[in-house]
Design a protein around this ligand. Sequence first.
Ligand SMILES: [Zn+2]
Length: 232
Amino acid sequence: MIKVDRNKSYDEVDTAKDVLKREKEKLRRSYNQPEVLEALKLIFNRKCYICENKKITSYNIEHLRPHKDQNMDLKFDWDNLFLVCGHCNNIKSYRYENILDCTEVDVDELIAFRKEGNFAWDEHIEIKSIVNSTEVDETVDLLKKVYNGTTAMKKMEAVNIKKELRNEIVKFMNVINEYWDAEGEDKEDAKYLILRELKPSSAFAAFKRWIIRDNREILSEFLEEDSIKIKL
Ligand SMILES: [Zn+2]
């Protein structure tokens, strides 16, 4: 989970807000409209805001604060609508009331994201809170369930997410190796590629940022980049 800029201006967002306003007034109303989904895809970079997977087969519109089919303000509020994959939406459901709002806070500065081991060699996901707060604890709990699965079916879905995560990390490590070996112009090119991988639009960016943090002695220049603002 990584901070997403919700204030980017797109015509599609204005259209989505108008559609939501109109729908809210109707007797048979639904927030699940194509215009809303299109605008959310733009804001969330076609990425599930919870697991950060971009290879999504089923997009869902999720409510950050559960509406429980009672609170129409929450149900039709544009700022409460988030883009998720079916797997994460199903696990979160109405159960989490107080998770961090990734459009407000830098989640990767409050929670550490690591993939340890490899394949059969004790591969596991480590999600750790680095500050004390109920919101952070609740978010960590949700993320652990998402990456490890809950039921037998959810565990299978989590394996697919972890496979994508593994691919992305391998790709990222290759660029880091390239950067480490290169000189001059080649190094600048590799640096550009690393910065692109650290952007909010990149798949599993929180994990990639933590690789930089965990290797701060040799990759310190990326912690100082204003464009990505990685803080320790
Ligand atoms: Zn997801």
